[in-house]
Design a protein. Structure first.
Length: 704
C-alpha cells in the first residue's frame, strides 16, 4: 500500500511514525542515483509479524525525487540500446544469481509471518518469472532493439508505398508501486517485462516487506548484469515523484482499489496522459456447479481451503466468495470446516505449524474491521477473532499478527451488498448459495470486476454458457475438474504467460501476459514508406525492396557473409503425373484431389492437383545446395500458405531471399558459433503466379 503524507490511506498509522531516527533500530536505505540513501526523520517502524518486535524503520524524507528520475533516464536508458536477446540473457543471469542466494531471502521472509511454503511462491516464484520471461523473449523475438509487429501492409496499387507497425522502447522510466504481500515476486514480475522492453525502473515497495525487496535489489545491482540506473529502489514515500514524470513514463500500481483510484486521479498523470496500470485486490469467486458429484465437491473444498490458508489469505487472487448450489451448501460448509480444524496456526519456526501470521498488526486490525462489516450481512460459522476455534502455537500470541481462518455464510446474497464489495485481505471467505445459472451469473457480476474466478465441475459438465457470462468480468477463468486437477497450478497462481489483471474494480490492467506485458512499455508506431525504407528500419527484408544476387549460392555463405536481401532464383521444374503418384505412395496421402481424376474434375480445382507438401519438398530440391557447407540444419518453417493449385504440366520456380539474421548465444561451448537465418520463400508457376509462400529458418555457422 502506498503511504500518502506519511499515513496509510485506510488506517491511521500516526502511532508508527517517529520524527527522528532511532539509532538502536536498523534503517532501510533507498538505492537511488547510484548510492544508498538514508533519511534522518519521518521514520515509520515495522514490526516482526510473529514476535511484535521492531525490526526496522523506513523513510525517504529529503530524497531528490527529480534526481532519481533523471538518473534513470541519463544512465539507465542504456538498456534501450541493448537488443532483446542481450536484455533476456542479462535477465537470465540475474535469475541465476538470485537463485544462488535464495536462502537469504527465506530467512528474511520469516519476519513477515510466512511459512517456507508460503515464501516459496514469493522467492522462487519470483525468480522463476525472470527465467520464464527471458526464455519467452529469446524464443519469440529477434535479436533487435525494436520489434516489427506485422508484415508489409501495401497501401498503393504498384506496391511502392506501404506500412508496418513497429514497437520501440519508450524513452522514459517505469515507476512500479508494489503491495506488501509479495515483496519479491511483486517486484520481479513487473521489472522483468519492463527491462526486456528496454525501459529503466524505479521500484517503490510497500513498507511491510521492504527489507526483502531491498535485499533482492541489492543483489541484482551487485551482480553487475544490468546497466547502471536501470533499476532503483525507493524505501519510504514517493513524495512529489509523480510531479516530475513525463508523457514517456509509465506507472504501475498493485494494492487496494481505493488507493489505486486516488493515485490514478493524480492531476499530473491526467494532464500529461501518463499511462497508469492498476492491479487491485478484488472479491474473486469460486463456483461449484450444480451437477457436482462427491469428487467434485472435494476438489472445490480443497481449492477454497488452499486459498484461505496459503499466505494466510493475503493474495490479491484469493477466493473471497464461494458460490455453492443451494442443495449442497450444508455438505460444503461441513467439509470445509473439518479441513480447517486441522490447520495449526503459529510461528512457522515451530514443527507442525501449517499457517503463519498476517504481515503486520496493521493488517490484522484491517481484517478484523472488514470481518465486522461483513457480519452485518453474513454469519461467522468458523474462525474470526470472536471465536476460540484455534490455539496459536507461539510463546506470545498476543504480540503477533495472527488471524484464524474464517468462514462466513450469507444465505441471502441477492439482498445484500457488503459480501460483494468488501474484501477482508486475510484468511476469510464467504459461502453463498445459488439456485440457477441466471442468479449465479448476476451474483458473480456484483463483484464489479475480478482478477480470477474458478469453476469447479464434473469432467462431463458443459459450462460453456457460464464461462461466456462471467468472462467479461474477469481477467482469468480457471476451470478445475478431476482431469486438470492432476497438474493445475491452482486458482490463485498468476503465470508469466497469462494475463494478470481484470476489469472494473480489479483495476483494468494486464500485468504479465507474455509478450503483451513487454509491449506495454513500448510505443507502437505505424511506419509508412517504401519497401526499401521498411527493410532499413525493421532490419527485415520486405517484399518489393531491393535484392542482391551472386554467383555464389547463398547456402555456401556463412552467417556473417550473408546480406539481408540476398536472393537466389532457382532453376525450373515441371510437375508430372509420376511426381504426384510417387509422392502419394511415399507419404500415404491418397486424397481424391490428387489421385481420383473424376472426383478432382468435379471439385473446385477442375483437375488433379499436386500435393501442397510435394510443392514444398520440390521447392527445397530446387533451392538447397547439396554439398557440405555452413548451413547446419533446417530449424523450422513459418507462415506456410498454398495460394494457387499446381496441376500436372505446370512448371514451378523458387525465389529464395535472405529475410532476417539472428545470432544465437551458445549454451554449449563445444558447438560451432551459429545464428538463425530466416529465408523468404516464394514458389511461382510458369505464369509468374504465386502458388506457395512461407519462411524457412536455417542454422548457419558464424565465423566469429
Amino acid at each position: 500500500m502506498l503511504e500518502l503524507n506519511g499515513n496509510s490511506t485506510e488506517i491511521d498509522q500516526s502511532d508508527m511514525i517517529s520524527s527522528l531516527k532511532d539509532q538502536s533500530v536498523k534503517s532501510l536505505c533507498s538505492l537511488v542515483y547510484g548510492q544508498e540513501y538514508i533519511a534522518y526523520k519521518d521514520f515509520r517502524s515495522v514490526y516482526h509479524a510473529i514476535s511484535g518486535e521492531v525490526i526496522y524503520q523506513v523513510s525517504s524524507q529529503g530524497m531528490n525525487t527529480k534526481a532519481v528520475i533523471d538518473f534513470a533516464k541519463q544512465k539507465g536508458s542504456a538498456i534501450a540500446t541493448w537488443t532483446f536477446h542481450q536484455r533476456a540473457n542479462a535477465l537470465k543471469q540475474v535469475a541465476e544469481y538470485l537463485l544462488e542466494r535464495k536462502e537469504n531471502y527465506y530467512a528474511l521472509a520469516k519476519a513477515t509471518g510466512c511459512t517456507r511454503k508460503d515464501a516459496w511462491v514469493d522467492v522462487e516464484g519470483g525468480i522463476g518469472t525472470l527465467f520464464a520471461y527471458s526464455s519467452l523473449v529469446r524464443r519469440e523475438l529477434s535479436d533487435e532493439t525494436a520489434l516489427v509487429e506485422d508484415a508489409w501492409i501495401p497501401l498503393s496499387k504498384n506496391g511502392t508505398f506501404g506500412a508496418k507497425h513497429i514497437l520501440t522502447a519508450k524513452s522514459g522510466v517505469a515507476v512500479h508501486i508494489d503491495a506488501f504481500n509479495f515483496p519479491i515476486w511483486g517486484m520481479l514480475e513487473k521489472i522483468a517485462p519492463t527491462l526486456l522492453a528496454g525501459v529503466p525502473c524505479i521500484v517503490k515497495p510497500a513498507t511491510e516487506g521492504a527489507e526483502l525487496t531491498l535485499a533482492v535489489v541489492k543483489d541484482i545491482l551487485a551482480s553487475g548484469f544490468l546497466p547502471e540506473g536501470s533499476l532503483q529502489l525507493i524505501c519510504g514515500q514517493i513524495y512529489d515523484l509523480f510531479d516530475h514524470l513525463t508523457p514517456q513514463d509509465t506507472v504501475t500500481f498493485t494494492g487496494s482499489a481505493s488507493t489505486g483510484q486516488k493515485l490514478r486521479a493524480h492531476p499530473h498523470l491526467n494532464q500529461f496522459s501518463i499511462p497508469f496500470t492498476m492491479e487491485a485486490d478484488s472479491v474473486n469467486s469460486a463456483i461449484l456447479t450444480e451437477q457436482a458429484n462427491d469428487e467434485t465437491i472435494d476438489l472445490f473444498v480443497r481449492e477454497v481451503f488452499r486459498e484461505i490458508t496459503t499466505k494466510a489469505g493475503q493474495k490479491c487472487t484469493a477466493i473471497r466468495r464461494a458460490f455453492v448450489p443451494i442443495a449442497l451448501i450444508e455438505i460444503v460448509q461441513t467439509r470445509l470446516i473439518e479441513k480447517l480444524k486441522k490447520v495449526v496456526i503459529g510461528d512457522p519456526e515451530l514443527e507442525g505449524v501449517t499457517m503463519g501470521a498476517l504481515a503486520s498488526i496493521k493488517q490484522k486490525l484491517d481484517v478484523t474491521a472488514k470481518v465486522e462489516l461483513l457480519q452485518q450481512d453474513a454469519q461467522v460459522i468458523f474462525g474470526s477473532h470472536l471465536r476460540q476455534d484455534f490455539n496459536v502455537q507461539t510463546q506470545h500470541p498476543e504480540k503477533g499478527a495472527f488471524y484464524p481462518p474464517t468462514v462466513l455464510l450469507c444465505m441471502q446474497p441477492n439482498d445484500v451488498k457488503s459480501v460483494h464489495e468488501i474484501e477482508a485481505f486475510g484468511p476469510v471467505v464467504t459461502l453463498m448459495p445459488y439456485q440457477n445459472l441466471a442468479e449465479l451469473s448476476d451474483l458473480v457480476a456484483r463483484g464489479e470486476g475480478s482478477l480470477v474466478a474458478s469453476i469447479v465441475r464434473n469432467i462431463d459438465n458443459n459450462i460453456e454458457q457460464l464461462v461466456a457470462k462471467i468472462s467479461p468480468w474477469h481477467g482469468r477463468v480457471h476451470i478445475l475438474d478431476a482431469e486438470s486437477a492432476k497438474e493445475s497450478t491452482g486458482h490463485g497462481s498468476p503465470l508469466p504467460h497469462l494475463v494478470h489483471g481484470g476489469p472494473g474494480r480489479a483495476g483494468g490492467g494486464e500485468e504479465l501476459g507474455g509478450l503483451r506485458a513487454v509491449k506495454h512499455y513500448m510505443q507502437r508506431t505505424a511506419i509508412q514508406g517504401s519497401p526499401n525504407a521498411m527493410t532499413q528500419v525493421g532490419h527485415s527484408w520486405t517484399v518489393g525492396s531491393k535484392v542482391f544476387e551472386d554467383r555464389v549460392h547463398p547456402f555456401k555463405k556463412s552467417f556473417d557473409e550473408l546480406r539481408v536481401g540476398e536472393r537466389l532464383l532457382t532453376a525450373r521444374r515441371t510437375v508430372t503425373e509420376a511426381d504426384i503418384v510417387n509422392f502419394a505412395c511415399l507419404s500415404g496421402d491418397h486424397f481424391y484431389a490428387h489421385m481420383d481424376k473424376i472426383s478432382a474434375t468435379e471439385s473446385l480445382f477442375g483437375d488433379r492437383v499436386a500435393h501442397g507438401y510435394f510443392i514444398v519438398s520440390a521447392a527445397a530440391g530446387l533451392f538447397v545446395d547439396a554439398a557440405e557447407g555452413p548451413v547446419i540444419a533446417n530449424y523450422g518453417m513459418d507462415n506456410l500458405r498454398f495460394v494457387e493449385p499446381v496441376k500436372i504440366g505446370d512448371t514451378i520456380q523458387v525465389e529464395l531471399t535472405c529475410k532476417q539474421k539472428t545470432p544465437k548465444l551458445l549454451r554449449d561451448t563445444t558447438q560451432k558459433p551459429h545464428g538463425v537465418v530466416v529465408w523468404d520463400i516464394k514458389v511461382k508457376n510458369q505464369r509468374k503466379e504465386l502458388v506457395a509462400t512461407y519462411d524457412i529458418l536455417t542454422l548457419v555457422e558464424r565465423s566469429i
